[in-house]
Design a protein around this ligand. Sequence first.
Ligand SMILES: Cc1cc2nc3c(=O)[nH]c(=O)nc-3n(C[C@H](O)[C@H](O)[C@H](O)COP(=O)(O)O)c2cc1C
Length: 237
Amino acid sequence: MAAKKSQSLEGYEVLLCVTGGIACYKTADLTSKLVQAGAGVTVAMTDAAQEFIRPLTFQTLTGRRVFTTLWQSTEYYSSGHISLTEAADLMIVAPATANVLAKMATGMADDLVSTMILATTGSCPILAAPAMNTRMLSAPAVKANHATLKKWGIQFVGPAKGRLACGTIGEGRLAETDEILEAATELLLKKSPKAKVAPEIQADRKKFFQEMELFRKGLKKGRFSDSAKLIREDRER
Ligand SMILES: Cc1cc2nc3c(=O)[nH]c(=O)nc-3n(C[C@H](O)[C@H](O)[C@H](O)COP(=O)(O)O)c2cc1C
């Protein structure tokens, strides 16, 4: 691929959907690299993904809240699954489970991640990085879903061949983080950034600046709110 992994992604917004495979831990590295490249990264996780890795990891790496449910957006008077997808320049699904590929190929929207994927239609490219056991990968249903999604314009990176977590050697490994970053960079740099940040994320930042101002004036003592604290820590890193 032509794109260089060191290229700046300043101004771009990435919506990273993490689904429940053993390779979830590698997505933390991808998140860190996207953030280091300058992208704003918002993470959404399925319930299964949270069995493998805690939202706190992504919250700390991105300096942003992590979205885990359809039902948490009311305090911002907007539908997170819509506003977050509208703001994104690229959606990445990594790792992409057999389950999420099936949902994508059949238009299912029964949780936050699958609803967001459906709501992304026409708004920005989707890059999927599948990872699963070799036998799962060779199942006719998975192959058919993969072919359907390719035909519909979903971009794929991997899966790679090698040693799988279950001990077998074969196809099904998550593509290397640098390879996913490179594919993402190439897709992002095809267009200028939308330069849009979802209201949910803006509200967190506004809260942070308001709290900072109160601290400066000596009007606030004690703890920052959780989101403001995260953003402050992120800035101090
Ligand atoms: C230890 C363990 C590892 C798993 N690894 C994978 C995997 O690598 N790929 C996959 O497609 N499913 C894997 N699964 C199965 C998924 O977690 C399961 O299909 C789940 O329903 C996926 O939900 P999600 O797509 O909503 O995240 C694994 C399950 C367990 C218990």
